[in-house]
Write a protein that binds this ligand. Structure first.
Ligand SMILES: Cc1cc2nc3c(=O)[nH]c(=O)nc-3n(C[C@H](O)[C@H](O)[C@H](O)COP(=O)(O)OP(=O)(O)OC[C@H]3O[C@@H](n4cnc5c(N)ncnc54)[C@H](O)[C@@H]3O)c2cc1C
Length: 494
């Protein structure tokens, strides 16, 4: 079999960058075509009136996956990308005035829960140990390999996981598992929130997703010294140092296929040949726009999308010592909030608000004495709602709720504002409906319906990113790039 020489990656999202590094390390000549004039897709940043904002992700788990990209390139990651573990995972605020500080230290966490809730500290510790078991049992099969190749099922670990599938709470919802294991309403809400880490509803998503708190509480939450965007910039530098060519302002228009083989792409009207094409574009527009002549995988394309979001980037003219790097202000009725998002495609009147303040950690992100607030509420995907109206309504509701809980007139402290919404997320990254995480996990079979990282019939055609296996979020997107490189290695016997 002829060794492939040239690979094209469509899109420089985090998964596309990760795939490009691994393919370059394997000796391929790699070009990344990016529609925007900047890399990173959702993982990007901007500055305004002296404030710097990470535009998308703010929670950083499993940094080792970033480190591995330096290590496979035979470089010490610490010379290029630095981060620290965060002591307090999140400050949780409830409408009745309760505040829980979720410490990463287990003893402190147990004491805090006992103090704020009047017990249940031990239940939380036991619950987190169950989350670890679920993660350890499933990560090998659901996250780290192609779920769609027979070879993935033949390892000892995978067979062990398959035998114990019945213990994974696939048929119970996350909320049911949390109610059973923790009991206290406020703590159930706290741990239900982890369904939103892949844009799903805890009242629909399977209990196996209780593996997610394990990432934060047991493996740790981290923050890059130079902000989230430095994940993108350091990896693009790494890719370029390995010879990857990034071509910006270059939207790929078509993936060329002849017979059962990929032949390259059409970009700006020109045909560019390649032995391997990896699409990091959302799987829905990839099929609809780049592969319109191929049979469309109906089930994948119709899979329910994850939630989207409305984000206000506020420059705030004072500091708030009661707030931390990550803060959540919960809705009084969480179930209704998710009903509104996934069933009504609308916003609930009392939203859960996430406030991320990177200047708590990176001082230069805001002028002295001020803070950069990333204020996000979960929102339905874009199906043509009147977003201008919903943004105005959300701003009003958020300001009212935060002003009440923090006992201030928040509006008078906002000195600059930018907004991101499902329409602009879709326009900036091609994510279908502006979903943050590709397909939702609102069904116990969702993981199996997600598109594989390869095309079953077209040799040389691969897929990575949040909309395909193993799913959305930075860690899984990076893993998808790794799976693609392993598939290429296997398929072409490199
Ligand atoms: C507001 C927000 C908050 C989030 N919070 C978190 C968080 O805290 N933690 C976390 O882990 N994850 C978070 N996520 C999710 C995370 O950002 C994504 O899952 C991840 O970044 C997806 O990466 P990706 O590789 O799929 O590519 P994307 O970021 O979707 O980028 C795709 C790239 O492909 C390019 N492209 C598309 N079509 C073409 C084409 N035809 N030709 C050329 N280029 C093309 C796009 O321009 C884009 O640059 C958040 C996302 C958002 C939007």
């Amino acid at each position: 079999m002829a060794k492939p020489e040239k690979a094209i990656v469509i899109g420089s999202g985090i998964a596309g960058i990760a795939a490009s590094i691994r393919l370059a390390v394997m000796g391929l000549n790699v070009t990344v075509y990016e529609a925007n004039d900047y890399p990173g897709g959702k993982l990007t940043s901007f500055s305004e009136n002296g404030f710097r904002f990470d535009a998308g992700p703010s929670l950083f788990t499993m940094p080792l996956l970033v480190d591995q990209l330096f290590e496979v390139s035979e470089l010490n990651p610490r010379n290029f990308f630095r981060y620290k573990e965060v002591d307090t995972i999140c400050h949780y605020f409830y409408n009745d005035g309760t505040v829980i500080k979720a410490y990463s230290d287990k003893e402190k966490l147990r004491d805090e829960v006992n103090q704020q809730i009047g017990g249940y500290g031990e239940e939380v510790i036991n619950y987190l140990s169950d989350c670890a078991k679920t993660y350890n049992l499933t990560s090998g099969i659901f996250l780290e390999k192609s779920l769609h190749r027979l070879g993935s099922y033949l390892s000892k670990d995978t067979l062990k996981a398959l035998v114990r599938l019945n213990t994974l709470n696939l048929r119970s919802t996350m909320n049911e598992v949390n109610e059973k294991k923790i009991g206290h309403e406020k703590l159930v809400q706290l741990f239900n929130r982890y369904a939103t880490y892949n844009g799903s509803s805890p009242y629909l998503a399977p209990g196996v997703l209780t593996l997610i708190p394990h990432l934060e509480f047991n493996l740790g939450t981290f923050f890059p010294d130079d902000g989230m965007h430095s994940i993108t910039t350091s990896l693009v530098n790494l890719a370029e140092s390995r010879g990857v060519d990034f071509v910006y302002n270059s939207k790929v228009e078509k993936i060329n296929v002849i017979g059962r083989k990929v032949k390259g792409v059409q970009v700006k009207g020109e045909q560019v040949e390649a032995d391997i094409v990896v699409s990091n574009m959302d799987i829905v527009p990839t099929y609809r726009h780049l592969l319109p002549e191929l049979k469309q995988p109906r089930q994948v394309l119709e899979q329910e999308r994850s939630s989207s979001a409305i984000i206000f980037y506020w420059g705030v003219d004072r500091q708030f010592p009661e707030l931390d790097l990550h803060n959540i202000f919960f809705s009084q009725d969480y179930k209704q909030e998710f009903n509104f998002i996934f069933r009504e495609h609308d916003l609930f009147e009392d939203p859960t608000i996430y406030v991320h303040i990177s200047s708590k950690y990176c001082e230069g992100d805001a002028p002295p004495g001020k803070e950069n607030w990333f204020v996000m509420i979960n929102a339905p995907g874009n199906v043509g709602q009147d977003w201008d109206k919903l943004i105005d309504l959300s701003r009003e509701r958020i300001i009212q709720k935060l002003s009440k809980i923090l006992d201030i007139d928040l509006q008078s402290h906002i000195e600059s504002e930018s907004v991101l919404d499902p329409r602009t997320i879709e326009a900036n990254t091609s994510s279908f409906r502006g979903s943050l995480y590709g397909a939702s996990s609102n069904h116990w079979l969702s993981a199996f319906v997600r598109h594989p990282n390869f095309h079953r019939k077209i040799k040389g055609l691969y897929f990575c990113g949040g909309s395909v296996h193993p799913g959305g979020g930075i860690p899984l997107s990076i893993l998808s790039g790794k799976i693609v490189s392993e598939l290429v290695q296997n398929d072409f016997r490199i």
